[in-house]
Design a protein around this ligand. Structure first.
Ligand code: FES
Ligand code: FES
Length: 219
């Protein structure tokens, strides 16, 4: 065997080839990305398979966003992407690059709680609190979606000319149905979302008086 062939078939590859192979493998499975989270930019290398949820919790120490099912079924990991609700466990971190990511750590205005946070506090919209960050991010999205006139599956009249549907308890339940609460704090969660939205009374299933026309909370 010639010297060239001996080198080619040798089990010990020249170090430079091994290095190149490692570089190629690394570049095909990971990237350096920059995520904009709560107004701050974070640059980090990530495996392409890393979910946004794991990037937030395990890489950036933003542990307010919770992991429940890790399968898109419980809503515990809900964050806002460009203002819209998204379950971070089904979102790849690389796909979130260039988006405005808002987590529970970023919804308050300094020391001043977001109206949804305040309503959850005032109305006991939680028990153990594990689902609460996702519930609050989701509720913020719900209020925005409703304000924009988006119908839900229980909206009776979805014609554009019908306008924005009233944010009844049934509407809130339907719109928040992707967020599960193992503690069963649903009654208070519905009240808190209604209060934060400044929603009026639900004619079919009246909300408690405390939740009616409390717009000053949302101001
Ligand atoms: S952890 Fe993402 S939906 Fe359950
Ligand atoms: S408050 Fe405990 S899971 Fe919702």
């Amino acid at each position: 065997m010639t010297g060239f062939r001996a080198a080619r078939y040798s089990s010990r590859r020249p170090p430079v080839l091994e290095l190149r192979k490692k570089q190629l493998m690394a570049s095909s499975t990971s990237s350096a990305i920059t995520l904009k989270i709560n107004g701050e930019k974070y640059t980090l290398p990530v495996d392409h398979r890393t979910t946004l949820l794991d990037a937030l919790r395990e890489r950036l120490d933003l542990t307010g966003t919770k992991k429940g099912c890790d399968h898109g079924q419980c809503g515990a990991c809900t964050v806002l992407l460009d203002g819209r609700r998204s379950v971070a466990c089904l979102q790849l971190a690389v796909a979130a690059e260039g988006r405005e990511i808002t987590t529970i750590e970023g919804v308050a205005d300094g020391e001043r709680l977001h109206p949804v946070q305040q309503a959850f506090l005032d109305l006991d919209g939680y028990q153990c609190g594990y689902c609460t960050p996702g519930q609050i991010c989701s509720a913020i999205g719900v209020i925005e979606e409703h304000a924009a006139g988006w119908p839900s599956a229980v909206t009776e009249d979805i014609r554009p000319e019908a306008g924005r549907p009233p944010l009844t308890a049934d509407e809130i339940r339907e719109r928040m149905s992707g967020n599960l609460c193992r503690c069963g704090a649903y009654v208070s969660i519905v009240e808190a979302v209604a209060r934060a939205a400044g929603a009026g009374p639900d004619e079919e299933r009246p909300l408690p008086a405390a939740t009616v026309n409390v717009k000053e909370t949302a101001a």
